[in-house]
Design a protein around this ligand. Structure first.
Ligand SMILES: Nc1nc2c(ncn2[C@@H]2O[C@H](COP(=O)(O)O[C@H]3[C@@H](O)[C@H](n4cnc5c(=O)[nH]c(N)nc54)O[C@@H]3COP(=O)(O)O)[C@@H](O)[C@H]2O)c(=O)[nH]1
Length: 904
């Protein structure tokens, strides 16, 4: 089982990451906003400073100009000689009418709209003349100002006053706001001209004229008086009378008054008279002791920025909230999906794990779980069953103890396992009782709950091994006899040759072929043939030494290997022993059978050291033995090799024979023994070989059958015979019939009937004029098929005869099933008549009559044979007595020659 996954830890980590991301985004946004605003604040302050500087400078110039104007107008009068004289007279109180004259002189100035009143004061500042309707003005004139002006001999402006108490702190009669200008008269006059200016006309509007509406901006006009900064004009807020320097700032803060006292000009950040933070520009009014301060509350100056800051902060906050909300939603969604996936996967894993657990518990393979040292920790049911151990007993063993391995093999396996993640090997496993069984081990390292374990899946391959061995055995053994087959015996021969070469010894190869086995097989059936082969194989094996090998080479052929031969007599001994044991009668299915064998012998290394060649030589020698009358053995000789080559050449030539029209037919007449008339012919094939002359069928028909060429040859023979017979019929021998031999292969062709009918159609011969000769063994090999094939031929009107009747193992039980027309008594039985043994010939004739068949005897060489046959009601015959097989031309001549002499 895999270790449980800490899902909450994973989620917590994921959430932390998400929060970290959000925090980072917020921080970055905050830094961006703050940086932006610090920058903006700086920009705003600079813009404000620029604006204040321009305004300050502008106002300073305008004030200077206004001052000059006022002073200029007053000085113009003070420089008027008459006026100065009159003023002197008045001041010195010498001329009583001077006051009236002065009033008149002052009228033009007094009419100026900016002037409340005009007066003259003496050197002590005593107001001696007042040109005004309101005598209260006198109280609003400070003699100290006059004295100061006269002492400095400079014009002097008082501060603007309205309802300020006097220097003694007494309230004064009310007058409009005013500013007193004191212009000293020439020394002769000894006094000064006093002008009560109305600041509301020009000065105050000028100072209040701020370019844009503002809640806090103002121009303050001041002048220094000793260590005080006095306000010359009313200020916008609060106490208009107190000096600017009166305000006491918090420690470390700069006030406007302090800055002016310190003589600072230009842009400053300070607290004003209300102790409110302001941006201010201090400018000196040129040509005067006046200073002006253009100022605006910092709060107002920075208000748009603050608003923008708020808006931006709100926007950022809203964005962050939105982002946070989206992240939260996404997080929830992810969390839900993750949890769903996790639980689903966990469920799947659990299901899978339980299924796997279940499967492995009841698996067909052995499953073992071992610790890293190979000690078994657990095993499934199959393991307990296979080793016949309880779980406790199993746990007391190690994986290597279960494997039936040599010490070195076990060490190697363990070394491989320590180097590789997985190892596969085939070995044996030991059961509790010490027996073992073959297995395929797949061992691999696995991680289970954090532990490194060794898992071994062990498959019992006993069945597979057995099947493999069976297959291997089957591939190398003959299924029928259990002897080594062609492959194995050939291989054994190769090894034997090598051994013989090494030990300078000889190996004899005996090639055995049962004589006439085909007849037994065909006539008694395959089952009998098989039983015979099995019995003979057992017999032959039993007469051989243990170290001699015998194998079935194919069909009825066997190979025997004899090693360590001392002399040829040993081989002769073995060959005779084999021939004798084969020749012993056998009882198969209640029937006694006798077979013989022909043996060919070749010897390595004398004849050859090639296994294939040695087999071929022994085969050739075996043919020689057959030719020598069967049931004997022949050693291979070099001239046999020559015959073998000739056989190969013949086969090669036969392939070309048909194309090159080298085949021809001879016809042997078939005679009505009573009349001596030719009633038909038997077509017998010949081969006009270009080098070897005219060859009889015995020399090439067996070869044609072995190579399959018989089908083409047979087709040609049939066509040629039918065509020829039709020609003779057309030449006047209308009832003439023709008999054609049919080979086994031709008969087994399922298209035979169609092919024969096609030939009849092509040649125009009537079916009744054709007789097909079949051998006994051909019919008996598969009776049912033969019956069916013959019925189809017979139904088509074709006549059927059994050739060489009596030589095979015809079952008389089956004979009546075949739709036959004729039995042909074999030549050997006809010849036996001459030897006073006519029993079989007579029996066949009787049998034919009883079955309602015609009977024909072949190989009639003598008149007594003919007479005997006729006497026993065999009405047809053929043989050298009448004519050997002859060419078509000669046969035509025979036909025309009329009849053979009938029987006596
Ligand atoms: N499938 C095919 N088999 C064929 C064909 N042609 C021939 N054969 C088979 O070859 C066998 C040998 O034939 P052949 O050498 O032609 O011998 C025939 C006669 O020459 C011989 N014969 C006839 N009369 C006598 C005689 O009085 N004495 C004597 N010693 N021999 C004689 O017998 C052969 C004819 O025998 P059979 O066919 O049994 O009537 C031959 O047996 C065929 O099986 C072919 O085209 N196809």
């Amino acid at each position: 089982m895999a270790a449980p996954v800490d899902i909450s830890a994973s989620l917590r980590t994921f959430r932390r990451l998400l929060l970290l991301c959000f925090g980072l985004i917020s921080l970055l946004l905050g830094i961006a906003v703050a940086t932006f605003f610090v920058h903006q604040a700086r920009q705003t302050e600079q813009a404000c400073a620029t604006q204040l500087r321009l305004l300050g400078q502008l106002y300073a110039r305008q004030l200077s100009f206004w001052r000059q104007q006022q002073i200029g107008a007053a000085e113009l009068l003070s420089q008027d000689r008459r006026f100065v004289d009159l003023a002197g007279a008045l001041l010195q109180r010498q001329e009583p009418g001077a006051a009236a004259a002065l009033r008149e002189r002052l009228q033009p100035l007094f009419r100026r709209s900016e002037i409340h009143a005009l007066g003259l004061c003496d050197a002590d500042g005593q107001l001696l003349l007042l040109l005004s309707d309101n005598p209260a003005w006198t109280a609003h004139f400070d003699p100290a100002d006059a004295r100061r002006s006269l002492a400095l001999a400079q014009p002097l402006f008082s501060r603007i006053t309205q309802d300020c108490p006097d220097s003694a702190g007494q309230s004064l009669p009310p007058v409009p706001p005013h500013m007193n200008l004191i212009v000293p008269l020439p020394a002769a006059a000894g006094g000064a001209l006093v002008v009560f200016l109305d600041p509301l006309k020009v000065l105050i509007p000028l100072l209040h004229d701020w370019p844009v509406p503002s809640d806090s901006a103002e121009i303050i006009l001041v002048r220094q008086l000793q260590d005080q900064i006095l306000r010359l004009t009313p200020t916008r807020f609060g106490d208009n009378c107190a000096p600017l320097t009166k305000a006491t700032p918090p420690p470390g803060e700069l006030t406007l008054g302090r800055a002016m006292l310190d003589g600072r000009t230009g842009f400053i950040r300070a607290l004003d008279y209300r102790l409110t933070p302001v941006f201010a520009q201090i400018e000196a009014v040129p040509g005067s002791p006046w200073l002006l301060a253009a100022k605006i509350d910092r709060q107002e100056a920075l208000r748009p920025l603050r608003h923008s800051l708020w808006r931006t902060s709100l926007l950022a906050l809203a964005s962050l909230t939105g982002l946070g909300f989206i992240l939260l939603l996404w997080w929830r969604q992810q969390q839900a999906r993750y949890l769903a996936d996790f639980h689903q996967a966990e469920l799947r894993n659990r299901l899978l794990a339980s299924r796997i657990d279940d499967l492995s518990r009841h698996a067909n393979d052995i499953i073992l779980l071992c610790d890293p040292q190979g000690a078994i920790l657990d095993g499934n049911e199959r393991a307990l069953e296979s080793y016949d151990l309880s779980l406790e007993e199993l746990r007391q063993r190690s994986l290597l103890q279960l494997c039936d391995l040599e010490e070195s093999e076990a060490a190697l396996l363990w070394q491989q396992l320590s180097l590789q993640p997985a190892v596969r090997l085939d070995c044996l496993q030991r059961r509790k009782d010490g027996s073992n069984f073959p297995v395929e081990v797949s061992a691999r390292w696995i991680e289970q709950e954090g532990q490194r374990l060794l898992q071994a899946i062990i498959r019992d391959i006993s069945e597979r091994k057995e099947a493999e061995e069976r297959l291997h055995h089957q591939a190398r053994h003959d299924a029928l006899t259990g002897l080594p087959n062609r492959t194995q015996i050939s291989e054994q021969l190769r090894h034997a040759i090598l051994r013989a070469q090494r030990s300078h010894n000889q190996v004899a190869l005996l090639f055995l072929d049962l004589d006439l086995f085909k007849n037994i097989n065909d006539s008694l059936g395959h089952a009998t043939g098989d039983a015979l082969l099995r019995a003979l194989a057992r017999r032959m094996r039993s007469v051989l030494r243990e170290k001699d090998n015998i194998g079935r080479f194919g069909g009825d052929e066997f190979l025997v290997l004899i090693e360590d031969i001392q002399e040829l007599a040993d081989i002769v001994l073995v060959a005779n022993k084999l021939a004798d044991t084969v020749a012993q009668p056998l009882t198969i299915e209640g029937r006694e059978l006798c077979v013989t064998t022909s043996i060919g012998i070749s010897i390595a290394p004398d004849d050859s050291t090639s296994a294939e060649q040695l087999i071929r030589f022994a085969d050739t020698a075996m043919y020689q033995a057959k030719e020598r009358g069967r049931n004997n053995f022949q050693f291979f000789t070099s001239d046999m090799n020559l015959r073998l080559q000739q056989r190969l050449e013949l086969e090669n030539d036969l392939r070309k024979a048909l194309q090159q029209n080298q085949l021809l037919l001879h016809y042997q007449p078939q005679i009505d023994l009573r009349s001596g008339a030719i009633v038909g012919s038997e077509a017998l094939v010949r081969w006009q070989h270009p080098q070897r002359g005219l060859l009889g069928p015995d020399l090439f028909i067996p070869l044609a059958e072995q190579t399959g060429l018989i089908s083409d040859i047979g087709r040609w023979v049939l066509h040629e015979a039918c065509l020829q017979n039709r020609l003779w019929q057309q030449q006047g021998f209308a009832d003439l019939a023709v008999a054609v031999n049919l080979s086994a292969r031709q008969f087994q062709n399922l298209q035979l009937v169609e092919e024969v009918l096609a030939v009849l159609r092509d040649t125009g011969l009537a079916a009744a004029a054709l007789e097909l000769e079949l051998t006994e063994s051909l019919l008996m090999s598969d009776v049912q098929t033969a019956v069916e094939q013959m019925q189809r031929l017979s139904q088509a009107g074709i006549r059927l005869a059994i050739d060489d009747f009596g030589t095979g193992y015809s079952s008389l039980n089956h004979l009546h099933r075949f739709p036959l027309d004729r039995l042909k008594v074999d030549r050997s039985f006809v010849q036996s008549i001459a030897q006073q043994d006519s029993t079989i010939a007579r029996s066949i004739i009787v049998l034919a009559h009883e079955l309602g068949l015609e009977v024909i005897a072949e190989g009639i060489e003598t008149a007594p044979q003919r007479d005997f046959l006729l006497q026993h009601r065999c009405h047809f015959g053929q043989g050298y007595l009448f004519s050997p097989p002859v060419s078509a031309a000669d046969f035509g001549a025979l036909l025309r020659q009329a009849v053979f002499s009938p029987a006596e």
